[in-house]
Structures are given as structure tokens and as C-alpha cells.
Design a protein around this ligand. Structure first.
Ligand SMILES: Cc1cc2nc3c(=O)[nH]c(=O)nc-3n(C[C@H](O)[C@H](O)[C@H](O)COP(=O)(O)OP(=O)(O)OC[C@H]3O[C@@H](n4cnc5c(N)ncnc54)[C@H](O)[C@@H]3O)c2cc1C
Length: 393
């Protein structure tokens, strides 16, 4: 892949950011017929932001209709990626299992399951004994009920990013690494039309710029007078070594009381929990106290045999949180030629494939067609119309 030298002076569309959202968008723009699509990524590789640090899960179990609809459209693009494009992708469809420990929570999850089914998602209600049979060793004594999504699963984030980059290039898009965008240029100070971007290697003119810079998008939007309301929140994951009692299935199990989760990964499990102190930060320093005092106890409450697991590795990535835990996707009111897609609040890996397609629909036809995402418009916070998502893992 070429570096930033010799950047083109003009493009049909510029995608800012080479995470999963950016590469999916570059591919979909190119196959939709947009000419000279150029993706600019500041790092030396793709997927080195939140994408490369994520757990790779996809699910249909959400409390908001728009998130379920995004999953119904996006998950098949992940599950069917190899068949559609002939490229390898490690995918396991062993489901997501949400464990409820009190009647009020259980009632909420049953209500959400009814909504998910009405929209076409498959979801099952399980009693504690069925959960224990599913994942031997699971602590189910305090569980009142659980929901299980058989079409949910996990996929390799690096494989999907690089797969989409391959098919994007095949469709005619150009991907440039080491290319930091320093500004989005508009007509006049705070003018009404996008002209292109500025980089350290010069300006590139384009009638369309897609801002897919993850948690760093806000900094590029704010000089335009646009507040994307996305805040970075650190999430630390731990990968264990093999241990007696390690589950065979790769089902992603979530304790809805703590939102602690684990799934089988390699010979051990990958696990995480939202920290109790959750202030916005761009720091990705790991925290041994958090692991010892919060993560491991929460995980052992789910699967007590984790006590016997060794510590293989740990890392921190950034969730791109919005006030209502839904992404901001679409055009910016009063600024022609700019589309944004960020703020996925921990769900961007799974919703990126359909997001790329929806952005291409907006770019080529003026509106998103496959899924109605009008509720996700960036101005909804300023308009006082946020939407609620309660199942943020
Ligand atoms: C620990 C963890 C676990 C997660 N688990 C899941 C999960 O199981 N399922 C799920 O769906 N999601 C999960 N997520 C969320 C998911 O990782 C994100 O929603 C998703 O990766 C966002 O993709 P993105 O392309 O928008 O952002 P990123 O992957 O962050 O990509 C943005 C890119 O833009 C580049 N960039 C920024 N500014 C500039 C600039 N000025 N010029 C050029 N390039 C720039 C960055 O370098 C970066 O590569 C998880 C996240 C974390 C941190």
C-alpha cells in the first residue's frame, strides 16, 4: 500500500479514517459508482484505532428498534463475507447469552425480545437450567432467565478490516496510510459546502468527505461549528490462558447486572466489564487495579472457574460514546458534501458494513434506503430528540 507521498490533488470522495467504518464506506462508495474514492488513514496500518482493539461481537439483541434493524442488515454481511467475496474471515456463530438476575431486568429483556422478534430477529428465552447446560460451569443460581440470540456471534476485526480494504481496492478505491487529515475545508469561514481536506502533504479537493475518524472525529468537525457529541471511554479487555472449565462454545455471555462479558477466545477466554469510574479519556494505559478489583471478580461471578485461569494479555481501547448510545450517521445540516459516521458506543464493528452501504446510498441517491436511519441524524441532541439504548455491553 502506498504511503502519503504523492497524494492526489483531487478525488471524487474522501473517506477520513481507516477503521472498519472507513474501509466499509470506501468499498460501498466505489461499488456504488463513485469515482476516485480516496481513503486517508494517519497511522501506518489499517484498523489501529478502536477497531483493532475490539472484541468482534455482533448481535441482534438491543433495546432500540433502529439498532436491531442495523444488525439485521449488517450481520449477514459479516457472516456471509467469505462466501460473497472469497476472502478468509474467522467467524463463529455461537450466539450471545444475556443473563438476568432480577425480575425487573428479566421483564425488560423479555419485552425487548418480543420487539426483536417482531422485527425479524431470532431470539430465545432460556431458563437457568438451559443456560447451565449451554455453558457448563456457568453460575446460574441467581439467574431468573436469559435471552439467547442464535444468529449472534464473533468475527475477527483485523480480518474484516483487511478484507474490506482488499475489496475496496478491487472496486477502484485508493487507500493511503500515514496520511493525516488536518482539516476539512469548506467554502468561506464556516461556509456551506465542503471543498475537500487539508493534509500535511497538501490539499485534496473533493465534493464529498466522509468523516469516519472514530473518537477523533469530533476534533475535525468542531472547527466547522459541528459538535458530534462523541466522547472517548476506555474499555480494558483481558485474554486468559487455558484453564480447566474453559467453555468449548464461543457464545458471548453477558451478566446484565454488571455488563461483564466473556467468550471463548483461543485456548482461554476474552473478558471485559465497564469500569466503575468511567470518565471520558483518550488514555489507553492498562490498569492492574481495575483488572484485580473489578474485572476478575465480575468475571468469576459469571464463571467461577476463571479463578484458575492465567493471564495471557490485556489491552485498552476506546468506546466512542454518544449521550444516547447510538451512532451519529448522515449529512450535516447546512453543510453540503459532508457525511459523518461515528459514535457507535461500542457497536461499530458489527454495524460498519451496513453503515458503509447506507452512506453510499445517501451519497448517490440523496437518502439512506436499506434502513431508516433518520433517528440517527447528528442534530438529534441539539434538537432534543435523543433515542434510548439500554443494552450497552
Ligand atoms: C475494548 C473494545 C471492545 C469492543 N467490542 C466490540 C464488539 O464486540 N462489537 C462491536 O460491534 N464493536 C465493539 N467495539 C466498538 C468498535 O471497536 C468501534 O465501534 C469501531 O471499531 C469503530 O470503528 P471506526 O472505524 O469508527 O473507528 P476506529 O477503528 O477508531 O477508526 C478510526 C480511524 O480514523 C483514523 N483517524 C482519526 N483521525 C484521523 C485524521 N485526522 N486523519 C486520518 N486518519 C484519522 C484513526 O487513526 C483510526 O484508524 C469495541 C471497542 C472496544 C474499545
Amino acid at each position: 500500500m502506498a504511503g502519503s507521498e504523492g497524494l492526489p490533488r483531487a478525488a471524487g470522495a474522501i473517506v477520513v479514517g481507516g477503521g472498519i467504518v472507513g474501509v466499509c464506506t470506501a468499498y460501498e462508495l466505489a461499488v456504488a459508482g463513485v469515482r476516485d474514492v480516496v481513503l486517508l488513514e494517519r497511522e501506518a496500518g489499517l484498523g489501529l484505532g478502536s477497531t483493532g482493539r475490539c472484541a468482534g461481537g455482533f448481535r441482534h439483541q438491543y433495546s432500540s428498534e433502529v439498532n436491531v434493524r442495523l444488525s439485521l442488515a449488517s450481520a449477514p454481511l459479516i457472516r456471509g463475507f467469505t462466501e460473497a467475496h472469497g476472502l478468509p474471515l474467522d467467524v463463529h456463530v455461537d450466539g450471545y447469552l444475556f443473563l438476568c438476575r432480577d425480575e425487573a431486568t428479566w421483564a425488560g429483556y423479555q419485552g425487548a425480545a418480543a420487539m426483536q422478534r417482531r422485527l425479524g430477529a431470532r431470539v430465545e428465552l432460556l431458563d437457568p437450567a438451559a443456560c447451565a447446560a449451554f455453558i457448563p460451569g456457568l453460575a446460574v443460581d441467581e439467574v431468573v432467565g436469559a435471552t439467547f440470540g442464535p444468529d449472534d456471534g464473533i468475527a475477527d476485526p483485523s480480518g474484516l478490516v483487511n478484507g474490506y480494504a482488499t475489496i475496496a481496492r478491487g472496486a477502484g478505491a485508493t487507500i493511503r496510510l500515514g496520511a493525516r487529515v488536518t482539516a476539512i475545508r469548506t467554502s468561506g469561514g464556516g461556509g456551506s459546502r465542503v471543498l475537500g481536506v487539508s493534509t500535511a502533504a497538501g490539499d485534496i479537493d473533493a465534493p464529498l468527505v466522509v468523516l469516519a475518524g472514530g473518537v477523533w472525529s469530533r476534533a475535525l468537525a468542531s472547527p466547522l461549528g459541528v459538535d458530534l457529541a462523541v466522547e472517548p471511554h476506555a474499555r480494558q479487555l483481558v485474554q486468559t490462558t487455558d484453564f480447566p472449565g474453559r467453555p468449548e462454545r464461543r457464545t458471548l455471555v453477558i451478566d446484565t447486572a454488571s455488563m461483564c462479558f466473556f467468550h471463548r477466545e483461543g485456548n482461554g477466554v476474552l473478558m471485559g466489564v465497564p469500569p466503575m469510574a468511567d470518565a471520558p479519556t483518550f488514555s489507553i494505559m492498562t490498569d492492574g487495579r481495575f483488572v484485580a478489583e473489578e474485572l476478575v471478580p465480575a468475571a468469576m461471578r459469571l464463571l467461577p472457574s476463571i479463578e484458575d485461569a492465567g493471564f495471557a494479555t490485556t489491552w485498552v481501547g476506546l468506546y466512542e460514546m454518544t449521550p444516547d448510545h447510538h451512532p451519529v450517521i448522515g449529512p450535516i445540516r447546512g453543510l453540503d458534501g459532508l457525511l459523518v459516521a461515528t459514535g457507535f458506543s461500542g457497536h461499530g464493528f458489527q454495524h460498519a458494513p451496513i453503515t458503509g452501504k447506507l452512506l453510499a446510498e445517501i451519497a448517490t441517491t440523496g437518502a439512506a434506503r436499506t434502513v431508516d436511519i433518520s433517528a440517527l441524524r447528528p442534530e438529534r441532541f441539539a434538537d432534543g430528540e435523543p433515542i434510548v439504548e439500554a443494552f450497552v455491553v
